[in-house]
Design a protein around this ligand. Structure first.
Ligand code: AMP
Length: 300
């Protein structure tokens, strides 16, 4: 079994959905990703928190055996994000982003992280994502996530790093913004010209699409009625996806398809509660049962 490296944010999130408000709860792309991936493979985390980050929140990572040697503590305040979801809850409306210690962050991979075969560059400044690329050695697969904040604000830096990765994982709105196309197939063709040889488009409650080697694979959204908080759905999808690939240890049409389902499985659990705790509590049985439910959704 291979391991997965995640470089992303560890945050204190304030989130409002029609189901309620939670203030300063544990969040961030690296948090959701690592909780999800830890059910499939060993996970190494690189991120930064401030000296205000509560000790008890570290215990969640320890409870899932996530390797947090790469979690730096810098003087100052932890990154904070605040967002709200309305209506169909497919996309967050960002209310506030406080970069805080992220502003001076420079990812530093502990030496033993450098050979990690499966690497996920979470949604952070593309300059930092590029910096990580220079520190890793001969990875099997490098995947990258980004968001409007960077597509609008750091497009050239983003295009530089896109030229060097294997797989781009973004949502439909981000695809439109990046490619300028509203048609998914046309948009994917455009972004592949920027570098990645595979693309995954997340479509919120409608599922996800993989395009790899001229081949399409579609996974539906799970028909979940209790959507409480979609925060982290994209990152937990990516965590389940990368964790499953690392567990299989190779990238083939079959392992990619399996990974798409496992990503969808963990994301479908994540949205049923606030924060990342639901992900931490999943059992292998929960995951396998939901995997079979997904199979039934698409087979005759
Ligand atoms: P998602 O999986 O797309 O719902 O990601 C949600 C997480 O992304 C939240 O827990 C936020 O803390 C984090 N986040 C939001 N904006 C940013 C940003 N600009 N940089 C890094 N992380 C962010």
């Amino acid at each position: 079994m291979s391991s997965v490296l995640i470089v992303g944010s560890v945050a204190l999130d304030t989130v409002e959905t029609p189901m309620g408000l939670r203030e300063e709860m544990l969040g961030g792309s690296a948090t959701y990703f690592s909780m999800a991936a830890s059910h499939f493979s060993p996970v190494r985390l690189v991120a930064v928190v401030g000296d205000d980050f509560p000790d008890e929140l570290r215990r969640l990572f320890e409870s899932r055996a996530v390797d947090i040697e790469g979690l730096q503590v810098s003087p100052g305040r932890t990154f904070r994000w605040s967002g709200a979801y309305h209506g169909m809850m497919n996309e967050a409306v960002t209310r506030e982003t406080q970069l805080n210690v992220f502003e001076g962050f420079r990812p530093m991979l502990p030496d033993r992280y450098r050979d990690t075969p499966f690497v996920f560059l979470g949604n952070i400044d593309p300059v930092l994502q590029a910096d990580v690329m220079t520190q890793i050695r001969a990875p099997e697969l490098v995947a990258l996530d980004t968001m409007n904040f960077w597509i609008d604000g750091a497009r050239n830096r983003l295009e530089d790093v896109l030229a060097r990765i294997d797989l781009l994982i973004i949502n439909e709105g981000e695809l439109q913004l990046l490619s300028g196309k509203s048609n998914v197939a046309a948009g994917i063709r455009d972004v592949m010209q920027m570098g990645p040889r595979s693309v995954i488009i997340k479509r919120g409650g409608y599922g996800s699409v993989l395009y790899h080697d001229s081949d399409w694979f579609f996974v539906p959204g799970y028909p979940e009625e209790r959507v409480v908080d979609p925060t982290g759905a994209g990152d937990s999808f990516a965590g389940g996806f990368m964790g499953s690939l690392a567990r299989d240890g190779e990238v083939t049409a079959r392992t990619l398809r399996r990974a798409m389902i496992y990503g969808s499985v963990v994301a479908s659990f994540n949205i049923t509660d606030f924060g990342p705790w639901k992900l931490a509590d999943l059992s292998a049985g929960d995951i396998e049962q939901r995997f079979n439910d997904f199979r039934r959704l698409v087979s005759i």
